[in-house]
Design a protein around this ligand. Structure first.
Ligand SMILES: NC(=O)c1ccc[n+]([C@@H]2O[C@H](COP(=O)([O-])OP(=O)(O)OC[C@H]3O[C@@H](n4cnc5c(N)ncnc54)[C@H](O)[C@@H]3O)[C@@H](O)[C@H]2O)c1
Length: 254
């Protein structure tokens, strides 16, 4: 990544969904370390306290908004609260998601399908709608959505997850075309396996080593790998980039 002038983030406002864990938490910190004020939207307040403390320790201001991204009213309130507290919204990282239990395609339960689509696909759409409405009147902004390598290939036992992430790429491209003229850039990152609670690597070295073997770069991702890509896509260094899904995946889909 080229050097990024951190002064462009000072006093700006970044909203991060799922910002209390894994990739979202690391990205919240990355924005804060560059001087942005940060709004963390997540479902569980207790789990957000540590992240809020880490952010304020950098000197940045932080706000938690309890939000279920699949709930339209809560998403509207999330953006309204960010603007009320900090006066503006410059960067949004729509990152909250669930995987649903791995189940073969032909046995996949309808209720899990509905839940995963509701959070990952509809939730991201609702967030984008609210953010864009504000950014349109605010002179522009940058949105980054989280997809996955599951959106660049098939994941037979995670059909809803895979479909939702392919859909997020579609929404990213649609919104990029629709709102570029308002100064709004919309991009996505597609992480490979990344060491977070979602990956659930508590079952010993064997699974980790099996994953590592698939990676040309000889390791799986760390949350900071993704956070730095989000910062770059959000920054002026990427000012001519919109509508892309940037794979950050150690070469696994090469
Ligand atoms: N970890 C990986 O290997 C990996 C790989 C590819 C893509 N991703 C994507 O990265 C993103 C972050 O995942 P992570 O690995 O940091 O996992 P994580 O489980 O640590 O974080 C997910 C976050 O989303 C939040 N969340 C879930 N449902 C929500 C809802 N309805 N409303 C609000 N918040 C909700 C969780 O509370 C949590 O904060 C996700 O979009 C995930 O699909 C992760």
């Amino acid at each position: 990544m080229p050097n990024i002038d951190n002064s462009q983030f000072e006093s700006k406002v970044a909203l991060i969904t799922g910002g209390n864990s894994g990739i979202g938490k690391e990205t919240a910190l990355a924005f804060a370390q560059r001087g942005a004020n940060v709004v963390i939207a997540a479902r569980r307040e207790a789990e957000s306290v540590e992240t809020l403390d880490l952010i304020t320790a950098t000197g940045a201001r932080a706000e938690f908004v309890k939000t279920d991204v699949s709930d339209e009213a809560q998403v509207e309130a999330m953006v309204a609260q960010a603007v009320k507290v900090f006066g503006r919204l410059d960067f949004a990282f729509n990152n909250a998601a669930i995987t649903g239990n791995a189940t073969p395609f032909d046995e996949y339960p309808r209720e899990v399908w509905d839940q995963v689509i509701s959070v990952n696909l509809t939730g991201t759409w609702l967030c984008m709608q609210s953010e864009i409405r504000h950014m349109k009147t605010n002179g522009g902004g940058s949105i980054v959505n989280t997809t996955s390598i599951s959106a660049h290939r098939g994941s037979p036992n995670l059909p809803a997850y895979s479909v939702s992430k392919w859909g997020v790429i579609g929404m990213t491209k649609a919104a990029a075309k629709g709102y570029g003229r308002y100064g709004i850039r919309v991009n996505a990152v597609s992480p490979g396996h990344t060491e977070t609670p979602m990956l659930g690597l508590n079952d010993g070295e064997e699974r980790l080593n099996a994953l590592i073997e698939q990676y040309p770069l000889g390791r799986i991702g760390q949350p900071n790998d993704i956070a730095e890509a989000v910062i770059w896509l959000s920054s002026d260094s990427a000012s001519f980039i919109t509508g892309v899904s940037l794979p950050v995946e150690g070469g696994i889909i090469a």
